[in-house]
Design a protein around this ligand. Structure first.
Ligand code: 5GP
Ligand code: ZN
Length: 118
């Protein structure tokens, strides 16, 4: 179960236009906007318009909406000049660093990305 309701969710408020964000791309199902605290020269978050807590819940709710998030992330990566060298990350759970409990895909690139991550 989501620990955050849609009414109090930061990313729902960004999707609704109630909280400003630097939107870089959108579809009828997803919105992509710049992370306010970038961890790489390009750091974009792609979120489904639907409020669900994490990627697995999104997959259960709608495979098409999960696919739309990933496809839009790929388009953003190309547009940002990252094709061939970027990372997509879904942090899932507080212990893995998730702080906003509305599913979001981090798209990171523009610098060397080590593996495994620290
Ligand atoms: P998480 O840690 O949950 O995987 O990622 C949440 C991300 O949301 C963080 O990278 C954080 O910098 C970003 N973030 C938090 N608040 C805001 C905000 O108000 N606007 C934007 N654009 N990003 C935010
Ligand atoms: Zn939400």
């Amino acid at each position: 179960m989501s620990p955050t309701t849609a009414a109090e969710c930061l990313f729902c408020r960004i999707v609704a236009g109630e909280v400003p964000a630097a939107v870089v791309a959108e579809t009828d199902r997803s919105v992509a906007f710049r992370d306010v605290s970038p961890q790489a020269p390009t750091h974009v978050l792609v979120v489904p318009r639907r409020h669900v807590a994490n990627a697995a819940d999104l997959a259960e709710a709608s495979a098409e909406e999960l696919s739309d998030v990933v496809a839009l992330a790929g388009q953003v990566a190309v547009r940002e000049g990252l094709a061939g060298a970027y990372r997509m990350v879904f942090n899932t759970g507080a212990g893995a660093g998730q702080t906003v409990f509305h599913a979001h895909l981090h798209v990171l690139g523009g610098r060397p990305l080590s593996w495994p991550p620290g």
